[in-house]
Design a protein around this ligand. Structure first.
Ligand code: BDR
Ligand code: CA
Length: 310
């Protein structure tokens, strides 16, 4: 069965891989892409989303969203993702302008207009846009099919603080709003994404596939090796979200009660035992997940979409 999805993203090397995977998989129908400041500023994440769609030849609308967290200053990560957010990897120029409809309003319109439960949100970034949408239109938000969000660290150390992960730490207040909204949310923390890793053998496998999206993903991961240090493999955080959307059976998901640390110190954005009941992916069949990612990137992309821009 095909699932309609909206991808909320801050591309971002691993965001780009996740988007290309979703576009290549015949059972995911990407209705729109919404962008947010995160790995890099909003102008660049929006431009990068348009460049990724241009590479894929897909006329899917891109709605620019929040340029900063709800209550805090931005933190970017050009060290990992490069000054262009995509590790300097060559992408075509955008073929379309971004939509004039902001992300939170597009989320509201698309979900209100669709039958209840038929659109999933794949959240690959700080939750600022989704928090705005949920606060402004809680009744519409209850029509979301599934919200699957990369973020947090439960038993793993964090990646921007001892216990905090980038997407949650960038906008902890947004995460707390989304967690408390009673949505069908599955969180995909570092506990899982650090198990889904690309090494040199995987890069060679992508290269051998020969499709343009596999080759660009190979280049993106190679750039990720340049921007980070340590070990012989790199975690593929954001691709775990569309992978879980398609194959939840490849992930071990547990019910947990969590809250977000809203302090100002190094624990800001850390997940703590709390009051919000969430489904949290804590394990995965990493070889099967990596196989699905490579097999999908090796498939021909579907025909260009003709969705009109709004
Ligand atoms: C998350 O932070 C970003 O740098 C990645 O794109 C991913 O969404 C991992 O902590
Ligand atoms: Ca991201």
């Amino acid at each position: 069965m095909t699932r309609r999805v909206i991808i909320d993203t801050d591309p971002g090397i691993d965001d780009a891989i996740a988007i290309l995977f979703a576009l290549a998989h015949p059972e995911l129908d990407v209705a729109a892409v919404t962008t947010v400041a995160g790995n890099i500023g909003i102008e660049t994440t929006t431009r990068n989303a348009l460049r990724i769609l241009a590479l894929a030849g897909q006329g899917i609308p891109v709605h620019p969203g929040a340029g900063r967290p709800l209550k805090r200053g931005s933190r970017t990560d050009t060290r990992i993702h490069g000054v262009d957010g995509l590790g300097g990897v060559a992408f075509p120029e955008p073929e379309e302008p971004a939509s004039s409809e902001p992300a939170h309003m597009a989320l509201r319109r698309l979900i209100a207009d669709a039958p209840a439960g038929t659109i999933d949100i794949l959240a690959l970034a700080p939750l600022t846009n989704i928090a705005r949408f949920v606060e402004e239109a809680p009744d519409v938000a209850r029509r979301i099919g599934r919200l699957i969000a990369m973020g947090g660290a439960v038993r793993e150390p964090g990646n921007v603080g001892p216990r905090s992960e980038f997407n949650i730490a960038h906008d902890p207040e947004a995460a707390e709003i989304v967690f408390s909204a009673g949505l069908p949310l599955t969180l995909v923390p570092l506990d899982v994404t650090r198990r889904v890793r690309a090494d040199a053998v995987y890069l060679a496998r992508l290269a051998a596939l020969g499709t343009k999206q596999a080759l660009v993903c190979r280049d993106l991961i190679a750039a990720y090796f340049t921007g980070t240090s340590g070990g012989e493999s790199r975690p593929l955080h954001d691709p775990c979200v569309p992978l879980l959307a398609l194959r939840p059976d490849l992930f071990a998901t547990h019910s947990m009660r969590l809250s977000v640390n809203l302090g100002e110190d190094e624990l800001a954005g850390a997940l703590e035992p709390g009051e919000h009941a969430l489904a949290v992916a804590m394990g995965t069949d990493a070889p099967a997940v990596l196989d699905l990612l490579a097999e999908t990137l090796g498939q021909a992309l579907s025909s260009p979409r003709t969705t009109s821009h709004q």
